[in-house]
Each structure stands twice: as structure tokens, then as C-alpha cells.
Design a protein around this ligand. Structure first.
Ligand SMILES: C[S@@+](CC[C@H](N)C(=O)[O-])C[C@H]1O[C@@H](n2cnc3c(N)ncnc32)[C@H](O)[C@@H]1O
Length: 255
């Protein structure tokens, strides 16, 4: 059983080796979800993007009237990628659960497609609440699972096979509870989904062949309740799974 520190070290190494895939990924670089998150930060002058990856959210926020944008990530290579790719970002190598910033430092915190890597999401949210100034906004997005533990376990099993650094994907209801417990006031919730191109999704994490086979086998045997939501698409031969949809939640909350 790895402890949280070991897990975080592994996550930093894995993402440190995957910078190009994330930098060049259309899924991360653009999208209506990205625009919505950035719109939610409107009016902020000091912004922090937690688990910035290649910096796509941080750079989109920096294009607005923001005087300070910090692109923070556990992986030094990701921070270097973000700050060299985009002008005007301040880099910070840091754990989302222990932010090295003073209380009330930011008007906006963003965090997109990363919290499923955090072993202790409640510590992350406590830190968000601490570094946000009164009335500051959290614009948050992550993968989401159904509010049914059996189905949630099935999805998390697939995610962990693809990425051993995957801690857990939670349901929208769980995130709402945690945000409220952290003292944040929820202003908007959007439950949606995004289509994953299976080969590109596996390639981004350089998944070994045996695990690719296991993932494909789990995908071909999903519980009936997941089939509609996953909306499988197959290649012309009708056999090979090309893509499916995975759950996503976006939340805007005020400190
Ligand atoms: C999928 S990428 C993020 C994508 C990025 N937010 C975007 O929207 O383009 C996930 C990132 O989370 C980072 N990460 C994982 N665990 C972390 C933690 N505990 N603290 C900070 N960053 C973390 C990884 O290093 C990786 O860069």
C-alpha cells in the first residue's frame, strides 16, 4: 500500500514524462468547458490555477484583465512547460493540498481535470478557501462518477488501470457536500460529459499493452446502467471501440 507521499511522487514523475501529450492535446487546449471556467473568474485580478498541467487554463485566464496568474503543479516539468509555453504566468511547484500562499492571496482559483489525483480532496478545498479572499471564486472541473458506489467503483477501476496515480473520481453530490463543508457557497453546478478518443487517451499516459487490453475488456463489459451514458462509438468494422463519454462536473463557488 503506497502512502500519500509516495503516490504524489509517482504522480509528479508520471506527469513529468507526459508534458508534450498534455501540451498538444486539443481536449485540454480548448473547449466550451474551459471558456466557462474562465468566464467564472471574470473580475479577478489575482488568480491561481491549481494542478495547471501544461497551463491551458492559466493562460486563458491571463488573457483577461488579470495582473497576477500563478500556474501551480506538483510536477516541475509541467510548471516549466506552462511558463515557457505561455507569457505572463508565474510558476509554482506545489502540492494542491498544501498551498504555499498567504491567506486571502487570490480573487480566483481554478482547478480543471486534476482533483481525481488528490488523495485528500478536503485538504485541497480547505486550502482553496484559505487562499481565496472574501468573495473570491473557485472555478472547478473534474471527472465525475454516478452516485452509485458499484458503478463508481467500476469507472474508477478503469481509470486506475490507465493511470496508477489516479486516486478517485467522485460524484457531483460528493463535491457539493465537500465544498459546502469547506465553507464555500455554491453558485453553479453543471453536470456534463466529454468524449474520450480511446487510443489518444491511453497514449497520453503511455499505458502498457497488457493494461490496455484489460481496460478494453472492462469497457466491453460495462454494467448495463453505464451503457447509455458511455455512448460507445466503434470503428467501421463495428468491433473496435473508438470513443466513449465520461462524466464531468463543473462547479462555481464563492469564498
Ligand atoms: C490532467 S493534468 C491537468 C490539466 C490542466 N489542469 C488543464 O486543464 O489543462 C493533471 C495535473 O495534475 C497535477 N497534479 C496531480 N496531483 C497533484 C497535486 N497533489 N498537487 C498539484 N498538482 C497535482 C499533475 O502533475 C498534472 O499536471
Amino acid at each position: 500500500m503506497t502512502n500519500d507521499a509516495d503516490r504524489k511522487r509517482d504522480v509528479a514523475t508520471t506527469f513529468g514524462n507526459a508534458t508534450d501529450g498534455y501540451r498538444d492535446s486539443a481536449v485540454f487546449e480548448e473547449g466550451a468547458d474551459l471558456e466557462r471556467l474562465v468566464d467564472w473568474t471574470a473580475g479577478a485580478t489575482r488568480a491561481l490555477d491549481v494542478a495547471t498541467g501544461a497551463g491551458h487554463v492559466a493562460s486563458a485566464v491571463a488573457e483577461r484583465d488579470v495582473t497576477r496568474v500563478v500556474a501551480a503543479d506538483l510536477s516541475p516539468e509541467m510548471v516549466a512547460t506552462a511558463t515557457s509555453e505561455y507569457d505572463g504566468l508565474e510558476g509554482a511547484v506545489t502540492d494542491a493540498e498544501r498551498l504555499p500562499f498567504a491567506t486571502d492571496s487570490f480573487d480566483a482559483v481554478t482547478c480543471r481535470f486534476a482533483a481525481h489525483h488528490f488523495p485528500d480532496p478536503e485538504s485541497f478545498l480547505a486550502e482553496v478557501k484559505r487562499v481565496l479572499a472574501p468573495d473570491g471564486v473557485l472555478a472547478f472541473e473534474d471527472l465525475a462518477v454516478p452516485d452509485n458506489s458499484e458503478l463508481a467503483d467500476y469507472v474508477n477501476r478503469i481509470e486506475r488501470l490507465r493511470d496508477p496515480g489516479h486516486a478517485e473520481t467522485y460524484s457531483p453530490a460528493q463535491w457539493r457536500d465537500w465544498l459546502e463543508s469547506a465553507g464555500l457557497t455554491i453558485e453553479a453546478v453543471r453536470e456534463t460529459s466529454r468524449r474520450l478518443e480511446v487510443d489518444a487517451w491511453l497514449e497520453r499516459m503511455d499505458v502498457p499493452d497488457d493494461r490496455r487490453r484489460e481496460i478494453r475488456s472492462l469497457l466491453s463489459n460495462v454494467p448495463a446502467e453505464l451503457e447509455d451514458a458511455f455512448d460507445f462509438r466503434y470503428a467501421d468494422d463495428g468491433e473496435r471501440l473508438e470513443s466513449y463519454r465520461t462524466g464531468v462536473v463543473l462547479l462555481r463557488a464563492r469564498a
